[in-house]
Design a protein around this ligand. Structure first.
Ligand code: OAD
Length: 232
């Protein structure tokens, strides 16, 4: 793989599963415990803001009790040692890539540790609760919401992601079910452009057949092995 100079990696909830964060669609996952329409749509927020703010406060608080796992560590190692272009596009709203030490990370679905003001539209780093309706650090209005992308909203930085895929020679998808667009479509975009594609997932995902290669197993084992292979 020594001819690989430009990599785009897409990560999903499966990469954080071994850290103890629930995935969305597994048995007992987040979308079995909660109604998506209630906690992950603008309409749900308009209907019952307290429920939504509490849900994300609990998820943010839970982040303090978990740590990056060997898969996050391996991508941080890749970020540090790979001299070519790299972009880690994550659908995850946790901060485990950053805590492992990776810096070339783009959160397309937003971040738990960020707040978005519905009055001035500014995004502010956020570590505290939102359910007590604190003022926006920029405009002082008590109108902060979680800075996460809900169903029906546009993910962040799509232009930058598509540009990175166009310029890549390898696209790798890690720990994602391929159920949610636009991320689920990246593999086909990459293939159409002649980019090599690799999937690392616990099981074959909905889009597995689109990948040139699909490896099944736990991210904590597959990702360090793949990074070792690439850097060797
Ligand atoms: P899903 O819960 O849909 O899928 C997680 C994937 O990870 C599944 O295919 C699992 O088989 C796999 N998996 C589980 N444990 C794993 C492990 N230890 N190692 C490797 N793979 C493992 O989560 P996402 O695909 O990330 O969006 O979901 C995409 C989006 O749907 C999320 O960003 C979220 C959700 O609704 C929004 O909230 C907008």
């Amino acid at each position: 793989m020594s001819d690989i100079r430009n990599i785009v990696i897409l990560t999903g909830a499966g990469i954080s599963a071994e850290s103890g964060i629930d995935t969305f669609r597994s048995a007992g996952g987040l979308w079995e415990q909660h109604n998506v329409e209630d906690v992950a749509t603008p309409e749900g927020f308009a209907r019952d803001p307290a429920l939504v703010l509490n849900f994300y406060d609990m998820r943010r608080e839970a982040l303090c009790k978990v740590a990056p796992n060997p898969a996050h560590d391996a991508l941080a190692r890749l970020d540090a040692e790979f001299s070519g272009e790299l972009l880690i596009v994550t659908q995850n709203v946790d901060d485990l890539h950053e805590r492992a030490g990776a810096s070339r990370v783009l959160h397309m679905h937003g971040e738990l540790k960020s707040a978005l003001c519905t009055s001035c539209e500014m995004r502010s780093p956020w570590n505290a609760t939102l359910s007590d309706r604190p003022p926006c650090p920029v405009c002082q209005a008590p109108t902060l919401r979680p800075d996460v992308v809900w169903f029906g909203e546009m993910p962040y930085q799509m232009e930058r992601i598509y540009r990175a895929i166009r310029e890549a020679d390898l696209f790798v998808s890690i720990g994602t079910s391929g159920a949610v667009y636009p991320a689920a479509g990246f593999v086909r975009d990459a293939r159409d452009l002649g980019v090599q594609t690799l999937e690392l997932n616990l099981e074959r995902s909905e889009g597995s057949h689109w990948f040139h290669e699909s490896r099944q197993g736990r991210a904590g084992e597959l990702v360090p092995a793949w990074v070792e292979e690439l850097l060797r």
